[in-house]
Design a protein around this ligand. Sequence first.
Ligand code: GLP
Length: 243
Amino acid sequence: MRVIIAENFVQAGEIAADIMEEIIRANPECTLGLATGSSPVRMYQELARRCQEGRLDFSRIHTVNLDEYVGLEPTHDQSYRYFMNSNLFDHININKANTYVAKGTGDLEANLAEFNEVLDNADIAIQVLGVGPDGHLGFNEPGDVLYDGAHVETLDPSTIDANQRFFASRDEVPRYAVTMGMGNIMRARKLLMIVGGNKQDAMRKLLLSDKLDPHCPATFMRMHRDATVILERALAEEIGYQG
Ligand code: GLP
């Protein structure tokens, strides 16, 4: 696993955008696995800028997202479909028909079947990841077992707490989500995690330990043959990571 220390959030986004640009240039028809959360926002801004400058072309790119809240319509301003449109897709020359964010409303079983079919047919060139404070990837929450394919997760109280900042009150945070499984994530050709902020515990377990711990799904990053973590310096120093 490659670990890159970035000076700050802005630099982390630029380094991540460089990695994404290389992949898009190598295969302008590839499928990108995308993530929500605050961690990749700077990278998305940078990719949008490069596209607007004519340096990057998304016209033949496909995307699939990690997860979506159960119960939020795509038009809800905290749904992950809305996030992706407003943070990236509305600012680049992508065909939205080629972007996939699982549906969190309606017939959940049918939604999951569709999500699994999309994933079975996707060859994800790179999967972008953030990490939850509890070590979740996508919405794969810590537990005794992890899941291979797309499924519904019950969100941990700590995840509800962490994501409360985006909603008017804690009660409004959805309790369930659909997410790619750990197997779907691991089958991507490359993994790219961007991490800063209050992720000390998860990063200690990922970077300072040798354990693959289902109680910290992020530790499974270590099993992937082409995984990169971009870590902000302040967080690296806080946990005593020396590289
Ligand atoms: C949500 C998403 C995760 C993301 C996490 C971290 O819970 N489901 O995929 O990694 O938020 O968010 P942030 O980057 O805002 O810390």
